[in-house]
Design a protein around this ligand. Sequence first.
Ligand code: MG
Length: 158
Amino acid sequence: MNRVGIGYDVHQLVAGRKLILGGVELPHDRGLDGHSDADALIHAIADALLGAAGLEDIGCYFPNTDPRWKDQPSRVFLEHIRALLDRQRAKIINVDATLVCEAPKIKPHLLAMKAVIAEALMVTTAQIGIKATTNETMGFVGRREGICALAVASLEIS
Ligand code: MG
């Protein structure tokens, strides 16, 4: 049986934080705020995978009240989810995601992000799609107040 799931996440850009997206640190004057490393891209992918498997959302598995996840790299969430999917006999067909942000430029980092995510999920980089777009200066993303990410995931459950 093939299943799909959708994920969305947004985090606020604030001073004094590193900007981590797709498990990669990007040079920028601000970073995303959150309990973990606030990696919106990985969080959206995590929710897409959990949703495709019919499981509960990322906040249920990795609550921001649990000190275990404080300042953790979000790559760890993907490793946990991969183990959950294994237990469900769910095989990842592909993941596709879009980052929406005005700055910094994402393209130079796409391959590194794909490598981190593919390794955490134990799939090939060809199974991971990541695109980036701006919000054409409109809204909170356009004002550079935050970064959002959307993702879909497809699973084969035997
Ligand atoms: Mg998040």
